[in-house]
Design a protein around this ligand. Structure first.
Ligand SMILES: O=C(CO)[C@@H](O)[C@H](O)[C@H](O)[C@H](O)COP(=O)(O)O
Ligand SMILES: [Zn+2]
Length: 195
């Protein structure tokens, strides 16, 4: 396959992944949007985490809340737990890399907050421990996952929401995660500010 054909294949696979995801994920995205809106209405905060591309997604989400998405509105309270290199390196160095998000959550999360936990495999130990810490603090979890949900899915509580992309390829799962994040931002804005 030449370069041009490979590019076309990536585009077609991404379109197909999103089409399948639309049918399966719509109710879960709606549910997650309500959970997040309810949290923000009660003065709660949304803390986001993930590794690699999912760290980027966690930051993408928090920046759209803190600054803005599409409509003019006040900033909304969100914290990406992936950005403070001093905190992350010291937790990893003094304790364990698996603790880098959980320790921040134990310090920052209040009951009623939401933790947005992002992992395409559902197997990242630091994200799994973040979910445990969220529950210990009385926070809810919205999990963006893929494949079979991995061990992360087994950690979720009854009132958490899992948005599991029905695909096996990390890149495709990430591409759907970004679309889901934009849907969530839009739902939050519409429910809080109308329009
Ligand atoms: O962006 C990519 C691959 O597309 C990578 O950086 C990827 O995010 C990293 O390998 C992550 O460590 C994978 O973690 P996870 O999605 O399995 O939790
Ligand atoms: Zn990637």
């Amino acid at each position: 396959m030449n370069a041009s054909e490979r590019i076309a294949q990536h585009f077609h696979e991404s379109i197909q992944a999103k089409q399948v995801a639309l049918d399966q994920l719509r109710p879960f995205i709606e549910q997650a949007g309500m959970l997040m809106t309810d949290c923000l209405q009660r003065e709660g905060r949304i803390l986001s985490c993930g590794n690699g591309g999912s760290a980027g997604d966690a930051q993408h989400f928090s920046s759209e809340l803190l600054n803005r998405f599409e409509m003019e509105r006040p900033g909304l309270p969100a914290v990406a737990l992936t950005t403070d290199s001093s905190t992350i390196t010291s937790i990893a160095n003094d304790y364990d890399f698996r603790e880098v998000f959980a320790r921040q959550i134990r310090a920052l999360a209040l009951p009623g907050d939401v933790v947005l936990a992002i992992s395409t495999s559902g197997g990242s130990d630091n994200v799994i421990r973040a979910i445990e810490a969220a529950h210990d603090r009385g926070a809810h979890v919205v999990a963006l996952s893929g494949r079979d949900g991995g061990p992360m899915a087994l950690k979720l509580a009854g009132d958490d929401v899992e948005i599991r992309v029905p695909h096996e390829v990390t890149a495709r799962i990430q591409e759907v995660h970004l679309l889901v994040i934009h849907c969530l931002c839009d739902l939050i804005d519409r429910q809080l500010f109308g329009g």
